[in-house]
Design a protein around this ligand. Structure first.
Ligand code: MEZ
Length: 571
């Protein structure tokens, strides 16, 4: 339940509701959408990316001199867990055609396509369990231009507009043109899409979409897709080997500059294993757990940007690493679930963002960055937010309107995940609004790829949230789900083809020595060891006493530290 002091504000929401319901029943927008100048102003004034301390130049690596999100620059200016001289690459522990790092949607798609189209074997190495990934957690839907009034071209234009015209066009073209095929592939595998009574796809609007294009499985869309993909992966144990709780900690190269696999770390036994692979796919997802600018996050616990740092040390270029997506509607209260996602589909179905006086202050379906910045402005500049007991702030998202617009029981039926997320805390979202605030949701930038998921490094492929360029500087709802399917498949296709013809040379970790030297030459002094693998939520005084550098919470960190620093090279 909400604390008593919020009752007055809740009362105001009730008082303004009848008039807002009338507005929502009319075809016109319930609040004037912003024009280009207003959008620019709210972004520059209130989007966290535009704060002066949000960015700084990175001092090492392929993007040296570029202005990146400050936390990303810190992540990249860090030491490896490994001392190259101590790793024996002469007898790999495992060999495979395709090594897939990451057990989310992109990784599953890639393994399946590589097997089906090229008959090649894969290892999927994942930090936690299969499906512990943002792919599993997406709620409201996947975009796909399948309805009669839509087309991949319209989808393309929406995605480019949403991304502020900075998307890589060839990637957007691949996304939107492959979209309808992906919808069918998933349905053939067993995904049960929401349908209308005549059997056609149910389609909804998302922020920035000019046509209803959001396909859903209630608000469990990611979970439904991932369960289906994982089942299919597990149906082929002789072709696709799964290694859980075994994150990659570095890529392996060969003496001709080709990627040749990775070093895995067994989180249980604390052993390292070398995997030699003809091609390697990074599908490690995003970095929400870096809690950029102190924001809560919608992301799963393993989202620590591991793929970025491994690829960067090996020489891959990053793009748009100054751009972060804050989902407009993360939970602000109850605080036990602060930061959790409140799907954009709630606004698609008629939910309205309101200030503490119960008034609309923004069109509910602006593109995400605009909507998030407008909510931050309402709280920071206009004093329109409702404070929470722990010092957070939020605005109301008036969800009871949904049943009023679509009929009693609609919310429970169409948003079962959301309904359950709040009812556990005594909040019935069909009767009471939710208190929300922007939450760190998505890494807009990432490792640069082309439409075949190739990087600058032969044999290294990347797909899904770890990549940059597709979404420009702002992703639209539902395009990440499509992204991990489309580009997961493309990665399987092209990395698979590459694996059938490549000849690998002598394995090497010389890139780590080079990177360490560059850190020293650039005067970088840091205690941070990456990949982070898991975020640390230990209080500062505990962190100080932990036997590791940089407060990383890896179970075997003390052992790793000893290997790295106490034993001399070659020991
Ligand atoms: O694409 C997303 O981020 C998504 C589907 C989230 C949501 O609001 O449900």
């Amino acid at each position: 339940m909400y604390p008593d002091y919020m009752a007055e504000s809740l009362q105001k929401v009730v008082q303004t509701r009848a008039a807002r319901l009338e507005l929502a029943r009319k075809p016109d927008p319930v609040y004037p959408p912003m024009d280009a100048a207003e959008r620019r102003a709210v972004l520059e004034g209130f989007h966290p990316d535009f704060e002066t301390s949000a960015r700084r130049n990175v001092r090492v690596g392929p993007n040296k001199g570029d202005s990146l999100t400050t936390e990303v620059s810190e992540l990249l200016e860090s030491h490896s867990w490994l001392n190259s001289a101590q790793v024996d690459l002469s007898k790999p522990d495992f060999e495979t055609d395709l090594l897939i790092i990451g057990g989310g949607g992109a990784g599953c798609n890639a393994a399946l396509i590589a097997m089906k189209e090229h008959g090649i074997r894969s290892i999927i190495a994942t930090k936690l369990r299969m499906g512990d990934a943002n792919s599993m957690m997406s709620q409201g839907g996947m975009q796909g231009a399948v309805s009669r009034t839509d087309s991949p071209t319209r989808h393309y234009l929406d995605a480019i507009g949403g991304g502020h015209f900075e998307n890589k066009p060839e990637l957007v073209r691949a996304l939107t043109e492959d979209g309808p095929g992906v919808v069918k592939w998933l349905e053939d595998l067993g995904v049960v899409w929401d349908k209308e009574t005549d059997g056609s796809m149910k389609v909804m609007h998302g922020g920035g979409t000019s046509r209803k294009r959001m396909l859903s499985c209630r608000d469990y869309t990611g979970a439904m897709i991932m369960r289906t993909l994982m089942d299919e992966v597990r149906n082929h144990p002789s072709m696709i080997e799964i290694k859980e709780f075994m994150p990659a900690v570095e890529l392996i190269m060969d003496d001709q500059g080709q990627c040749a696999g990775a070093i895995l770390y067994d989180m249980e036994s604390e052993e390292f294993f070398t995997v030699k692979a003809k091609s390697t796919l990074i599908a490690t997802g995003g970095y929400g757990r870096l809690h950029i600018r102190g924001f809560d996050t919608t992301n799963h616990y393993g989202a620590t940007g591991d793929g970025l740092v491994m690829a960067y040390r090996a020489g891959a270029k990053l793009m748009y690493m100054d751009s972060v997506q804050y989902h407009p509607t993360g939970v602000s209260f109850p605080e036990q679930i602060a930061g959790f996602l409140v799907t954009e589909a709630i606004r698609g179905a008629g939910g309205q963002p309101l200030n503490k006086d119960g008034n609309l202050f923004v069109y509910p379906r602006e593109p995400r960055d605009i909507e998030a910045a407008a909510i931050i402005r309402e709280c920071a500049q206009n004093g329109g937010g409702v404070p929470t007991p722990s010092g957070r702030v939020g605005v109301w998202l008036d969800s009871p309107l949904i049943d009023m617009l679509h009929g009693e029981g609609y919310t429970d039926k169409h948003f079962p995940a959301m309904y359950r997320q709040f009812i556990r805390y005594g909040i019935d979202i069909a009767k009471l609004p939710m208190l929300i605030y922007p939450s760190l949701h998505y890494q807009n930038g990432g490792i640069e790829i082309n439409e075949r998921c190739e990087t600058d490094i032969p044999g290294l492929y990347v797909a899904g949230e770890a990549t940059g360029g597709l979404h420009g500087r702002n992703r639209l709802m539902g395009n990440s789900v499509l992204d991990y399917n489309v580009f997961g498949q493309r990665a399987g296709r092209y990395a698979g083809a590459y694996a059938t013809q490549v000849k690998l040379g002598k394995l090497s970790l010389a890139h780590l020595d080079k990177y360490e030297q560059e850190l020293a030459d650039s005067g970088v002094k840091t205690e941070l060891v990456t990949p982070i693998l898991l975020p640390s939520y230990a209080p500062k005084d505990v962190k100080k006493r932990q036997l590791m550098r940089g407060g990383n919470s890896l179970p075997g960190a003390s052992v790793l530290q000893n290997r790295l620093f106490d034993e001399g090279p070659g020991a």
